[in-house]
Design a protein around this ligand. Sequence first.
Ligand code: BMA
Length: 844
Amino acid sequence: MLLSDNWRIQQYEVGEKPPLTIADADLDDRFWISASVPGDVHSTLIERKLIDHPYYGHNDINSRWVEQKEWWYRTRFQMDSDPTKQERWELIFEGLDTHATVYVNGLEIGTASNMHRTYVYDVSRVIRQGKNTIAVRFDPLYLHHRDKALMQWSSYTKERPWIRKAAMNYGWDWGPRIVTVGIWGKVRLERHVQAKLEGVYAYTKRCDNQEADIKVELEAKKYRGCGHLTYRARLLDENQQVVAQADDELLSGKVGFDLQVSQPQLWWTHDLGKPYLYQLETVLYADGVEIDRREQRIGIRTVELVLEDEHGQPAFAFHINGVKMFAKGSNWIPVDNLIGAAPDSRYKHLIMLGVEANMNMLRIWAGGIYEKDVFYDLCDELGLLVWQDFAFANALFPDYNADFVENVRQEAICNIQRLRNHASLALWCGNNEIDWLYDMKSSSGEITTPFYGETIYHDILPELLEQLDPARQYWPSSPYGGNDANDPNHGDRHNWQVWHGSVYPRKFGEVPLLDYSVEGVTFKNYKNDFTLFSSEFGMHASATKYTLERHIPEDQFYWGSVEMAYRNKDTNHQKGILLMEGFTGVPQDLDEYIQFSMLTQAEGLKYGIEHYRRNKARTSGSLIWQHGDSWPGTSWSLIDYELLPKASYYYARKFYHPLLLSLNHEPGELLELWVINDHLSSLNGLVILEVYDMQGHSIHRMELHADVEANGVVKLGEWDEKQVLQDLPPEQAVLKLSAPAWECLDNVYYLRDAKDVQLRSSSIHASYNEETQQLLVQANDAVARMVQILIPQGNVRMSDNYFDLLPGEQRTIDIRQANGQVLEYQHITVSALNAEEVPATLTR
Ligand code: BMA
């Protein structure tokens, strides 16, 4: 029974004694505020217009009082009869945020102290026929940390290390402080008789196209007077055909067995194959009568993180079903600051956008949550791998305190058991940046205490995983491995030279250095990075104009306004300016800021990722920081809060395409032409390099025959600028790579930084066909740089945007509104960096 209805909330002051009957069935709560569960207090108050939306202007500050109050939730439910002696009734909270006391019919049944856990309470002796009442009290969090020792390091706030809650709730360098409270997960009432299935764990021991060996471990919990227990497990394919089964006694409550599948359909990431899912159905019987059942989808696949290559050299490469893959993806933060109220559709849109951008891996970053089930279900279905951090980010944690450690242990057990059957789950990782930053901060003298938290990542988590998920690998931190922990020669690496200006190489114990200069923060530094795996890197870009306009007061809508600065939560806003200064030049107004920052981010990521991919013999992955936004800010995201992709997102579709034509070049140096093939079959055909001037005249054309191995990379040749450009000055050249016979995308290059490229003024013509729902865009007079199609509406999808056009070249763009709303095509406008904005004309 799902208990999502009739919830109401009410606030009390700390110390103000609520009525003694507050948790009783007959309390008159008609004047309480009705609330959605799952959800949170802020969302409820927003919905009822009791607070202004915290994402508009500085409103988040006006609702800070919410975190100071004591909040009560209440609901009622009906029981047809009293529980019998044989029955067990469990009240299950999938998410309580955070310090809560739970009452049923006026009796306190337990407490909770961790947002990341599921809490199960036995209420068999408390519930009864007729009306029943649940009441939950949430304490303000300061009551639970104000008497605790402060940690010397805890990024963005000192309050969070003792509180097991999404770290980003307290504010991060891309989001505001909104300390949520409430019932953020589903609430269920479950009935069991005699026994219940407590755990079903299934994993692939080995597999190939001929045969697979699946290991299943079952665990049942028996209650007093339980009969003779047996089980039946069946594996069904997509046509509901049974492909393997097992049944037996379950005397001790625990059993392990193998299921053999002949000619299995393997689960692959979507770029390498089909993410095929079987269904595992497990039924528990007592004296032959069915008493419990579970149905879960599993994938037959192996995923291995290989740390040493075939030559005995260090590696960091995921192998799926024995195939080495290049991980292409991004880092995932919570989809909204108001996590509980975020709809599943938001997950669907963000993950689908990832798939459409050719991503095959998402990393769930440690400062958020262990995601909702919908996230992993979608990744299983759509064929994306998940790198899962445990929820420890950028702080010391009090691992010397037994209660804290026990809380953490239960959190880990709960999430390992919940997630371990997902085909998509590739890796567990202990924390975000803690091992690396502890060393940096103790070297600089900022931390003088021991490494509090170390035992969690180096003892507790690996020990639990060995028992509960032996089939999956564990990596203690990200970044980790080598000397220092951000060493390019071992493990994974976060490249924060670019943007944050951190200086590398560095060794353990050295005082960390920052270089805040154009050269210090430039994305050109990516080319010095021969990492084994780049698990975080990126740079800011503005949100789209629509998103900013929606959340900023009109009189603040200019570059340099207080409100614009408020959208940027990063420390030292100068970094972004320096980055643009080196590439586009410093923007002078808001429109330029939007364009310049988007172009810099898009070209910067392209520059770095094409380098990593050309180097795929050594580098095996790139995960961009960051996928989406949790509020309408300016950040590292590819997709803004209103689910509108930035220029970098459309670039990602190209630079993450499994078949990439890539040019490697620096001013005055040789031009190298590369082909990167992530497909599992070899290719041959013609690759064409064409050089144009800004008026679109063809200056030079080269045709090269390419043979590319499966999952391989090849350099087709190298030439000096003069050979390729003839007499054309490099500032006036546009280069286009194409391979007409292959399923791949054209790639366009300029040979100088955007600020030095000599664009001519271009003009755009755009017409929208209401019948075909397609926009036809054409540039005239000159090459149009970064053509931008705008529609003042959220969640709009286009087949392409932020692209370049040669004069006379036409591009047809499919457009739709992804939430099923009507597309506001009457308001489409199109512009380019070097072309005035024009409205699209309408045709039929
Ligand atoms: C890394 C991440 C995040 C942060 C990002 C941008 O440190 O792990 O903590 O938001 O860089 O600074």
